[in-house]
Design a protein around this ligand. Structure first.
Ligand code: NAD
Length: 499
C-alpha cells in the first residue's frame, strides 16, 4: 500500500509547509499506515495567521449577497462529494460508511443554516429613541478565528464551526485531529471551488505546539475547540488568558434513564444503537443506562441480545454496523477499564475484550460490551471510556436517578425513556445537562438550535452553531446618531444627556 503525503491547505493551495516533522496516519481497520501528515512549524503558523488576517479584512467587505452565494455553492458541492468525503472518513476514522454519511448530513444542516446569514445579521433599529436621535445596532466579525477539532467527527465538527464563522465575515483556520486529517483537505478544496477567496478557510496540521501557537497568537481573535475535557479546560484557560473569546467543548458521560413504564424493546433498540454506534466514539453516545425500579432485569436481557447481534466489520463492508476503535492504545485502555470493573464485582453480561475480525487481525477491534451492576467507584463509571461499552446502574426512583446524573461532573447529553409526560417533564427541568432527549437517545440539536453541554462538557458561555454560534463569531456595535437640520444647533449642554 502506498503512503500518501497529507499537506496543509494555506492561502488557497495545498502546501507541505516549512516544517520538516511528520506523523503517520493509519487505517484503524487494518492497522496499516496510509498517510504521512505534515506538521506545521512556527513559520507555517505565522504564515497561516497572516494570510487569514489579510483575507478577513477583505472578506468582511464583500456583500452579504455574494457571501451567501458562496455558502449555497459550498452546500451543493459538499452534498455532491458526500461519497468521496465518507470514504475519506472511513479510511482514517474507521466508522461505517452509512455513519460517515450521517455526519456529513449533520454538517450540511449547519451550512444550510449559515446560508440564512443575511437574516441573522439584520440588526435592530430604534427610530426617534430620543428627540432627533436614532439608535441602531448590528454585529461585526471578530477577524481571525481558529477551530481545533477531535478525531471522532472529522467533517461534522469542522462544519459546526466554519460555515457560521465564515458567513459572519471571519477568516477560519482549521487545526484538525492528527488521526484523520484527510477529509478537511477536501473541504478546503470545495470551499475554494465554491468561490471563497484564498485565506478565508485554511487547514493547518499539528499537535500541541500548533495548538499553543494559535491559543497565544495576538492576531487570533477567537478559538472554537471540541475534544476531551482536560484539553478543553487547558484551551479555555490559555486562550482566555491571551485575551481571546473561547468556546471549548469537552468530553462526556451520558446517562439514559429507563423507567419501568417505558416500552423496553424500544428503549433497548435505542440504547444499543446509542452505545455501540460509531463504536461508542461519539460525545453524545450513551455510556450509562440508569435502570429504574424493576426495569433492570428485562432491560439487561434485551440489550444483551442486541449487543451480541451487532455486525462488527471494516467500515467499508456493506453490512457493517460498527467499525474499529481509533488506536491500539485506546482499545487497550478500554480493556483495562472493563477488566477492572469485572474484578471489582460488576457483571460482564457481554464481553467484547477479545473480539477480532477474521482476516483483519491487525485492526483495533473491541466488541460491544455490557457491564451490569456498575458502581460509581469503578473507572467504568467515572471515566469517559469513549468505546462500545455500556454500563448499567440500578436505581430505585426517578428522583434518585435525576440526582445521580446531577452528581456526575459531565453534563453533555442525557435521555429518558418513559411513557409518562410528568416524569419526562420532571427530568428535563431537573437535570443539569445541556442537551436532553425524551425517548430520543442521542439528542444532537438541529442546526437552528445550538449544541453544547454543561459543567465539564463546555468551558465558555456560548454553544456552538445556531444563533449562539452567530453571537460567538461576532461582536455588537451600537450607533447613536443625530442629523440636525442645518443651522439648528441646540447649543452646548453640560448636563448628563436626558431624553
Ligand atoms: P483530544 O482532546 O485528544 O484532541 C482534540 C484536539 O486537541 C485535537 O485537534 C488535538 O490535536 C488537540 N490536542 C490534543 N492534545 C493536546 C494538548 N495537550 N494540547 C493542545 N492540543 C491538544 O480529543 P480526541 O481524542 O481527538 O476526541 C475525543 C474527545 O472529544 C472525547 O473526549 C469526546 O467526548 C470529545 N468530543 C466532544 C464533543 C462535544 O461536542 N462536547 C464532540 C466530539 C468529541
Amino acid at each position: 500500500m502506498s503512503i500518501k503525503t497529507i499537506p496543509h491547505f494555506l492561502n488557497g493551495a495545498e502546501s507541505n509547509g516549512n516544517g520538516s516533522r511528520t506523523q503517520p496516519v493509519y487505517n484503524p481497520a487494518t492497522g496499516e499506515q496510509t498517510g504521512e501528515l505534515r506538521l506545521a512549524d512556527a513559520a507555517d503558523l505565522q504564515a497561516a495567521v497572516a494570510n487569514a488576517k489579510a483575507a478577513a479584512e477583505s472578506w468582511n467587505d464583500i456583500s452579504l449577497a455574494r457571501r451567501t452565494a458562496v455558502l449555497f455553492k459550498f452546500r451543493e458541492l459538499v452534498a455532491a462529494h458526500a461519497d468521496e468525503l465518507a470514504a475519506l472518513i472511513t479510511a482514517e476514522h474507521g466508522k461505517v460508511i452509512s455513519d460517515a454519511k450521517g455526519e456529513i448530513g449533520r454538517g450540511l444542516e449547519v451550512i444550510e443554516f449559515a446560508c440564512g446569514v443575511p437574516q441573522l445579521l439584520k440588526g435592530a433599529y430604534s427610530d426617534q429613541a430620543s428627540t432627533g436621535i436614532d439608535v441602531f445596532s448590528y454585529r461585526q466579525p471578530l477577524g481571525v478565528v481558529a477551530g481545533i477539532t477531535p478525531f471522532n467527527f472529522p467533517v461534522m465538527v469542522p462544519l459546526w464551526m466554519a460555515p457560521v464563522a465564515i458567513a459572519t465575515g471571519n477568516a477560519f483556520i482549521l487545526k484538525p485531529s492528527e488521526r484523520d486529517p484527510s477529509p478537511s483537505l477536501l473541504l478546503a478544496k470545495l470551499w475554494k471551488e465554491a468561490g471563497l477567496p484564498d485565506g478565508v478557510f485554511q487547514v493547518l496540521h499539528g499537535g500541541k505546539e500548533t495548538v499553543d501557537g494559535l491559543l497565544t497568537h495576538p492576531d487570533v481573535d477567537a478559538i472554537s475547540f471540541v475534544g476531551s475535557t482536560p484539553i478543553a479546560k487547558y484551551v479555555h484557560e490559555t486562550a482566555t488568558a491571551h485575551g481571546k473569546r473561547v468556546q471549548a467543548l469537552g468530553g462526556a458521560k451520558n446517562h439514559a434513564i429507563i423507567l419501568p413504564d417505558a416500552d423496553l424493546d424500544n428503549a433497548a433498540d435505542h440504547l444499543a444503537a446509542a452505545a455501540f454506534g460509531s463504536a461508542g466514539e461519539r460525545c453524545m453516545a450513551i455510556s450509562v443506562a440508569v435502570a429504574v425500579g424493576d426495569a433492570a432485569d428485562d432491560l439487561v436481557i434485551k440489550v444483551k441480545e442486541r449487543a451480541e447481534a451487532v455486525k462488527v466489520a471494516e467500515g467499508t463492508e456493506p453490512d457493517a454496523e460498527m467499525g474499529p476503535i481509533i488506536t491500539p492504545a485506546s482499545r487497550d485502555r478500554m480493556k483495562g477499564i472493563v477488566t477492572a470493573a469485572a474484578d471489582a464485582g460488576a457483571e460482564l453480561v457481554v464481553d467484547g475484550r477479545e473480539f477480532t475480525v477474521a482476516g483483519k487481525e491487525g485492526g483495533n477491534w473491541f466488541g460491544p460490551t455490557v457491564i451490569d451492576k456498575v458502581t460509581t467507584d469503578m473507572e467504568a463509571y467515572s471515566e469517559e471510556i469513549f468505546g462500545p461499552v455500556l454500563s448499567v446502574v440500578r436505581i430505585d426512583t426517578v428522583e434518585e436517578a435525576i440526582d445521580f446524573i446531577n452528581a456526575n461532573p459531565y453534563g453533555n447529553g442525557t435521555a429518558i425513556f418513559t411513557s409518562s409526560g410528568a416524569n419526562a417533564r420532571k427530568f428535563h427541568r431537573g437535570v443539569h445537562v445541556g442537551m436532553i432527549g425524551i425517548n430520543v437517545p442521542i439528542p444532537v440539536p438541529v442546526a437552528y438550535h445550538s449544541f453544547g453541554g454543561w459543567k465539564n462538557s463546555l468551558f465558555g458561555d456560548k454553544h456552538i452553531y445556531g444563533e449562539e454560534g452567530v453571537a460567538f463569531y461576532t461582536r455588537a456595535k451600537v450607533v447613536t446618531s443625530r442629523w440636525p437640520e442645518p443651522k439648528q444647533h441646540s447649543g452646548a449642554s453640560y448636563n448628563f444627556p436626558s431624553n
